[in-house]
Design a binder for this molecule. Structure first.
Ligand SMILES: Nc1ncnc2c1ncn2[C@@H]1O[C@H](COP(=O)(O)OP(=O)(O)OP(=O)(O)O)[C@@H](O)[C@H]1O
Ligand SMILES: [Mg+2]
Length: 419
């Protein structure tokens, strides 16, 4: 079909007119990698990684590097960005640099990591080596990986993201010692390991640690100003004039409360836009932002509770009802048990013994659904530790709303739970 330029443009306009809120929504999507000029407040971190990798761009040995930082502090983004640029720069110097990225949440066993590295780095036409998804022994996969490295590359940078999810540390040992152990001759191998759990180091073998620990960087959380700048830089995701002035500062304030998480900030901003769009609003307002934040909290809590049985939810609901009605934060098992009994009676549910209800509460603590402290009473000789006090880790209205959405609890909706 022949369509003239003018016609094409007007059709584009019609498509564009479909979305009154977003112009380039992809800028706010989770996987989007922003351009260099949209990366904010990480100059020092970028420079640190550059200096770690610097020997590699002329074919030398990059330093192994560990990167820590809380969730949403830009670890994955900055690492991908810097290594990609290193690869480009090395290429211009006629250095063959390979780069492989493995997310250990998806590849958590030794074999999966090696298979993925080998597949990502291989070029079967040049090496004549094939890497089947399954079917070889781990040793055989290693063997092929070492061959690929030597045949194709002067230097390779391996990024192991979310490394705390790795079930077996042997792969770290193998990769970090490949050169020393004579597994590879001509290729230099460097590892960048990323984690948001600093405690992860405790689980590492001394030898792995010593070979990995050449360099270690910590990514600090963003402050509200940086979060604001990160969002301002992607404001063109929206149509001009659609977001009101309060929107970005409010998203930044919420995300800063939550330890300065840029992902959270961008999520709230995107969801606020979605809500405005779904409500046929012409502008995104601070009310949309508040609703988006509540929705994000509800979604997060609902995900935590997803696989919990009714008997685990009932005492959590009891605690939430207590927190709301008594305006205090912490309650004992006795206090919770009274409300729990009331709830289970109302719903014609089995009522567990208090000891078994406590087991449920303690399981919820283990899963980070609830918090728990010990109360010390008395003084001197009479001093003793009473049983635990429990508290919520999420607003009581969110906890109640999420649990009451479960059809088993629906009959309770709207009625007071404190008799
Ligand atoms: N400095 C920044 N400038 C612009 N965007 C950023 C910046 N830091 C993070 N972002 C954006 O915030 C989101 C989260 O960043 P990233 O995935 O790098 O976090 P992370 O530290 O790897 O978190 P996690 O530990 O949860 O994996 C991404 O969408 C990213 O594009
Ligand atoms: Mg990450």
């Amino acid at each position: 079909m022949d369509s003239g330029g003018n016609e094409q443009r007007s059709l584009d306009e019609m498509w564009a007119a479909e979305d009154p809120i977003f112009e380039r929504k992809q800028l706010l999507e989770i996987d989007h990698i922003p351009n260099e000029d949209r990366i904010i407040g990480r100059d020092e971190e970028i420079e640190n990684i550059v200096s770690s990798l610097h020997p590699a761009i002329s074919g030398g040995s990059p330093r192994n590097t560990l990167i820590y930082g809380k969730t949403g502090t830009g670890k994955s983004l900055v690492t991908k960005h810097v290594t990609r640029s290193a690869q480009r720069y090395a290429g211009n110097q006629a250095v063959e640099m390979g780069r492989a990225y493995v997310n250990c949440t998806q590849s958590s066993t030794e074999t999966r990591v090696v298979v993925n590295l080998a597949r990502e780095l291989n070029n079967p036409e040049r090496t004549g080596i094939s890497i089947p998804e399954t079917g070889l022994s781990t040793d055989a996969y290693y063997h092929r990986l070492w061959q690929i490295l030597d045949e194709l590359y002067d230097v390779v940078i391996v990024i192991l993201d979310e490394i705390d999810k790795l079930q077996e540390n042997e792969v770290l040992m193998q990769l970090s010692r490949a050169g020393e152990a004579g597994k590879v001759d001509s290729c230099n191998l460097g590892i960048i390991a990323i984690s948001n759990k600093i405690s992860f180091k405790k689980s590492l073998d001394e030898r792995v640690l010593s070979s990995l620990q050449d360099t270690e960087f910590i990514f600090p959380p963003y402050d509200a100003n940086q979060l604001r700048a990160i969002m301002e830089n992607r404001k063109d995701a929206f149509r001009p004039g659609v977001i009101t002035d309060d929107v970005i500062p409010l998203c930044a304030a919420y995300a800063a409360q939550e330890h300065g998480d840029a992902r959270k900030a961008l999520d709230i901003l995107r969801n606020a836009g979605e809500l405005a769009k779904n409500n046929d609003a012409e502008k995104v307002t601070d009310q949309h932002v508040k609703d988006a934040r509540d929705k994000a909290d509800m979604d997060r809590f609902a995900a935590l509770l997803k696989d919990q049985p009714t008997q685990a939810k009932a005492p959590i609901l009891a605690l939430a009802a207590l927190v709301e009605s008594k305006n205090e934060a912490e309650f004992s098992s006795n206090e919770i048990y009274e409300i729990y009994r009331y709830i289970t009676n109302q719903l014609d549910m089995d009522t567990l013994s208090q000891r078994r209800m406590n087991d449920r509460l303690n399981e919820a603590v283990f899963l980070d659904i609830l918090g728990r402290t010990e109360r010390v009473v008395g003084r001197g000789r009479g001093r003793g530790v009473t049983p635990y006090l429990y508290h919520l880790l999420e607003d009581s209205d969110i906890v109640q709303a999420v649990i009451l959405r479960d059809s088993r609890f629906e009959p309770l909706g709207g009625q007071p739970l404190i008799p």
